[in-house]
Write a protein that binds this ligand. Structure first.
Ligand code: DGL
Length: 287
């Protein structure tokens, strides 16, 4: 990776970290970046016009991820963080081989953290992430002796994006999704979608208190810190900025995210047609 980076002159330590998700889920990763890496500036993109990603095909996800990375590279990001499990499960390996920028995903750090602590591990995620089997594979590679249960939860992301976390309907849905995991007597639960840490107050009411909740954002940002350090890309500045862009309605994103950020962000809209039309200048051709 270090050699590849040298070919890309626009990558330097004062660049921003590009973070993306389909919507407000990536804010749970942004929150952790602000906590662990307070000197880093972030360019956040929420692909709100095309969510939920969890119901998309692998080919669609790969196309969206490529478009977003090309767009981010034109804004001179020094690292790309897939703050989205669905993208990490379906596109990370491919785009890592295509772009000369460090790209990190959530699944490996989350799976390794859970495999260290748990013996009976539940994973709640989007249907696409569950179908990929990415968590099961990564957990069993880290520790083949644990048991893993995965549940796809299609209703969570739309409810979170609609700001309906305290709607009693969401609790009923959560009880249904968690039922098989409770029956399996899990000791550890991974938030296999970056939207789900927003559900902590509801999930805590349903789960026995001894069940550990793993937010992959925590070990992901530890891995980012290490990678920035090794590559000499840690920010030399103390002043930071966070810019927000979405493909859907900026006002809707600003309203929902204000609750998680503690302030109402200024959000700009990116035209999807422009995003799709961006020529992939930074894609490295490898045969
Ligand atoms: N938050 C994303 C994830 O971690 C995507 C959710 C969605 O859009 O379905 O999978």
């Amino acid at each position: 990776m270090a050699n590849a980076l040298r070919q890309t002159s626009s990558i330097h330590s004062s660049g921003k970290i590009g973070v993306f998700d389909s919507g407000v889920g990536g804010l749970t990763v942004l929150r952790e970046i602000v906590r662990q890496l307070p000197h880093e500036s972030v360019l956040y993109f929420g692909d709100t016009a095309r969510l939920p990603y969890g119901e998309r095909t692998p080919a669609e996800i790969l196309r969206y991820v490529r478009e977003i990375i090309v767009w981010m590279l034109k804004r001179e990001v020094k690292m790309v963080v897939m703050a989205c499990n669905t993208s990490s499960a379906l596109a990370l390996e491919t785009v890592r081989s295509e772009f000369d920028v460090p790209i990190l995903g959530v699944i490996l750090p989350g799976a390794r953290a859970a495999a260290k602590l748990g013996r009976a591990i539940g994973v709640i995620s989007t249907p696409a992430t569950a179908a990929s089997g990415a968590y099961r594979q990564a957990i069993l590679e880290a520790n083949p002796s644990v048991a893993v249960w995965q549940v796809g939860c299609p209703e969570f992301v739309p409810l979170i994006e609609q700001n309906r976390i305290h709607d009693p309907y969401l609790k009923t849905v959560a009880q249904t999704y968690l039922q098989p995991l409770l029956q399996a007597r899990i000791d550890t639960l991974i938030y296999g979608c970056t939207h789900y840490p927003h559900l902590a107050p509801v999930l805590r009411q349903i789960l026995p208190s001894q069940v550990r909740l793993i937010d992959p954002a925590v070990p992901l940002v530890q891995a980012m810190t290490h990678e920035l350090d090794v590559l000499g890309l840690s920010s030399p500045h103390a002043a930071t900025t966070t810019e927000f862009y979405v493909s859907g309605q900026p006002s809707q994103f600003a309203r929902v995210s204000a609750r998680w950020l503690g302030y109402r962000p200024s959000v700009s809209q990116i035209d999807l047609l422009a995003l799709a039309a961006d020529p992939p200048l930074s894609v490295r051709s490898r045969s």
